[in-house]
Design a protein around this ligand. Sequence first.
Ligand SMILES: [Zn+2]
Length: 277
Amino acid sequence: MDLIDAHLHAESLSWANLREMSMNGIRAAVSFTVSPWRAGADTNTQIALINRLLRHETWRWEENNMQLFVGIGVIAVSVPRDVEKFFLQMEKFLKEPKVVAIGEIGFDPRSQTCKDLKKQEEILKIQLKMAKARNLPVVVHTPPDLGQVKLDVKEKYHKRDFMERSVQLIQDAGLSPETVVLDHLDSEEWIRFALDHGCTAGITIQEWRDIGPDKAANWADEFGPERILLNTDTSTLPSDHLGVPKAVFEMRKRKVSEMKIKKMVYENPVDFYRLSP
Ligand SMILES: [Zn+2]
């Protein structure tokens, strides 16, 4: 079965990783622009990353019999210090044929590059407006639920506040909710929340989130197949680039039908991002 990883960060993958992914059935993925914020981010680093994804990473994927698509945006965890300058240039990259979405974007109270939540909201609003104007799907990052995720976070916050505000802003922007994925949903409560609000629900199979292929398979079976996307968010943090094929393996062990599996790991991402793989 052909598989699509609906959200990852391609610059963190080695050639050997790409070969393994391809040999395990992955045919395509969508990579999003998050700059390494500990090193500091400005418009130039953001544009260098976009160019790397569009000109170099797409080539590495093709060499390994896969296709890479790209989403562009400013997420609260890595806001370029001259973000206004970046927004002036963002539009031209949205016209690139490999760019299929605006993302990932969204609040994060852990941000080290933009602690001001009002500014985070402004940055999110600008991009939701761009998505509406260009009729593009949107990937909205949601911060980890501190009650669910095994992670040492010094900031104290409630995920619900950011979920509710994000949904409000999506509605205010006039976007059709199914064209927006609320991503990194780390409990049944949040998957239900996304689906109840008409949004697409993103399940991230990733070690540091304490979501393994077994948990993801259970949730996908319980809530899928409509408006469910599976991804690994493979990045420089503890991740598993084979998370999607492993979740498929777990679903087969649970006797989930091939049709239902295919819908979630291939048809849904093709439809959501309007891909032609
Ligand atoms: Zn991500």
